[in-house]
Design a protein around this ligand. Sequence first.
Ligand code: PMP
Length: 388
Amino acid sequence: AAGSRRDSLVFGPVSLEDRESSIATIDRGMGIVDGIEGTIGNTPLVKIRSLSEATGCIILAKAEFLNGAGGSPKDRVALNMIEVAEEQGLLVPNRGDTIYEGTVGSTGISLAVLARARGYKAHICMPSDMAREKSDLLHHLGANVERVTPAPITDPKHFVNLARTRAKEHTASDSPSRGFFADQFESQANYTAHLKTTGPEIYAQTGGRLDAFVAGAGTGGTISGVTKYLKEERKLTNLRVVLADPQGSGLYNKIRHGVMYSPTEKEGTRRRQQVDTMVEGIGITRITENFEAARSLIDDAVRVTDEQALRMARWLVEHDGIFVGSSSAVNCVAAVVTALKMPKGSRIVTILCDSGTRHLSKFWKHIGEMGLEDETQEQDEDLLAVLG
Ligand code: PMP
């Protein structure tokens, strides 16, 4: 089989049967991996020393920016969505099939890479207010990028609705190829990717010894998949699951008070959260299927301001040499807030979603403009002061 795989790599596309790496068998280890898919998963769980020292707890962060295809947890999701579609015959390699998705960036980047690796095209609809480097990257990866003016989810021109429409238009055309709408917000293939890989990895890496799991929700796939694995499959019923929510998102209120908005704000009609926050990738103004999947298992929520996130991002670089994007910073703020309410020595696991390099033109530029980089070491010795 190895010989035929090498031949097929040289002379033509690899057939589905020949592929070794699959979301179900992710094990990147130290050996040779089969293609870019083999660089996905098995990310390290990093103890963040400065936050652990400051809180008296053990703060552990899953370094998801090390996923090798698109550099975020969305690699796992994109691979699973593609594999499920292939199993169902919705995607057939090298037929001109196109994967359509509405995304703020990360999922699009993972899909664009994996589409290239597996014989598909990618068409990505994204809001025009996302950091420029994400759409530039998509372009270089060969994806078709449609940047659309931010609109409410009820509007047919909302980036998710547009992607769905484009997939339908493709399939309805005369071409023998198909359009596949990946649908990360509603597709079960999203949270099941984390149920099958991220959750089990965290369990194995901690030996099942963890007291809290803290994560933000963009689609809700990560928090749902990991929580379902740990609380339902592994029966860690005492595990405290905390949602990290940026300002402008409706999820904090949903978890804390059962409703997304005050009666004056009608659900779903607000503009998307990007008008309210610097943070990209997490925070939503509606309940998705992927969030709903484990909503009843989430114990609490922490709201994080942009200023806290910006200060945390800079703190992590200065004290730990960890350079991350905005959603990772939000997660770390919420992890610290959670740690301070728990007994000393508690183990808190969170997620570092993507690298700061994806956020140079917006989030990190703002950190520079705020003058945070010029503050002296003395000024920010105290983490609590830094977080306000
Ligand atoms: N961080 C970033 C940078 C993201 O793009 C996303 C997904 N939109 C998330 C975090 C949140 O992940 P999830 O969709 O699994 O809730």
